[in-house]
Write a protein that binds this ligand. Structure first.
Ligand code: SF4
Length: 345
């Protein structure tokens, strides 16, 4: 999985179980892989965790990133045990001989390093009254310089904060100052209800302005949800395609059918079909009324707009077929499949 340049923005997550519990971690990584995770990070807190990376990788194909804090020896051990990338935090690996040892070993093994700044663990207090975003940028550039002076450029940088504005400022500041790929995230974003919104706003606004090469949504919850949210952010910005894109109206007093149930059924039944190789990914609209539906969703490849007992199936704003409400979902799904498969030919 390459990061940066013309490569697609990738989705990452992090395991939430002890890395030394190899079987449990492997199961977690398998679930993440099935959900679409492309890079997985594991916490390395002890030599047992670092050594477990070798066993984990025996049965796992996802690139594994070792997350290191404080102890550079753990980084070296993780590298020796097959880590594909090391994440180091300049806030707590500060000795130059320790950093140089990590650079040398990473170079020797041909693996990447993420310089992972975090506003909650910045280097020692400074006297220049700079804000956290400015300090993160300064430290990241200083670290990049150290690596590059040693001829090491297989780098990724992240500048995370739980404060969205601080995070956005930091990435906007550093983006024009370096070619190093940027890993985006809002750290400690919270439970899914808050964290999904915070991550979507923070990561989404940066991606929308062309900043970011890989993302991780951080949630206090199932990491699979982190991946699903990350994919949705990318798809909503048109940066990746993971399947059909469904839009549906919020309904209003004009609607005469149960849109929540109907849209939920269409979404659920299409979900298993998103990975048909080569099939065309469609923009699909489900609209609550015939009066405004086709017009409101005129960009849709295919859509359906409901009346009192009919559903009008339309394409690009033009009605192509009318069906009874009780057969509408089946017929709509049949036409979607037909249109999607045609995309393969
Ligand atoms: S498509 Fe029709 S039912 Fe849906 S919000 Fe618009 S006017 Fe209301």
């Amino acid at each position: 999985m390459k990061i940066g340049g013309d490569n697609p923005v990738s989705v990452q997550s992090m395991t939430k179980t002890r890395t030394r519990d190899v079987e449990i971690v492997r199961d977690e990584i398998r679930r993440l892989s099935v959900s679409g995770c492309e890079i997985v990070r594991v916490a390395v807190k002890s030599p047992e965790d670092a050594r477990a990376i070798r066993e984990i990788k025996n049965e796992i194909s996802l690139p594994v990133v070792a997350d290191i804090h404080f102890d550079h020896m753990l980084a070296l051990l993780a590298i020796d045990n097959g880590a594909d990338k090391i994440r180091v935090n300049p806030g707590n690996i500060t000795r130059s001989d320790h950093l140089n040892a990590i650079i040398d070993r990473s170079k020797e093994k041909g693996i990447a390093v993420r310089i992972g700044l975090n506003s909650g663990s910045l280097p020692a207090p400074r006297t220049d009254r700079k804000s956290p975003d400015e300090i993160m940028v300064d430290e990241a550039l200083r670290y990049i310089d150290i690596f590059e002076k040693k001829g090491f450029d297989d780098l990724v940088v992240s500048l995370k904060s739980s404060d969205i504005i601080t995070t956005i400022k930091a990435y906007r500041d550093i983006a024009p100052k370096t070619d190093v790929p940027l890993h985006l995230g809002i750290t400690a974003a919270g439970t899914p209800s808050d964290g999904i919104v915070r991550s979507s706003v923070g990561i989404g606004s940066l991606l929308a302005s062309g900043i970011g090469d890989t993302i991780r949504v951080s949630l206090t919850g199932d990491p699979v949800l982190e991946v699903e949210t990350g994919k949705r952010i990318l798809q909503s910005l048109g940066l990746r395609e993971y399947g059909h894109k469904i839009i549906s109206c919020p309904t209003c007093g004009r609607c005469q059918v149960d849109m929540v149930v109907i849209t939920g059924e269409i979404e659920a039944r299409l979900k298993g079909e998103i990975s048909i190789p080569g099939s065309k990914k469609l923009n699909i609209a489900v609209m609550g009324c015939e009066v405004n539906g086709p017009g409101e969703a005129k960009d849709a490849d295919i859509g359906i707009a409901f009346g009192s007992n009919k559903g009008a199936i339309f394409s690009r704003g033009n009605i192509v077929k009318t069906v009874n409400v009780d057969e509408a979902v089946e017929e709509f799904l049949r036409l979607i499949r037909e249109m999607a498969v045609k995309g393969k030919q």
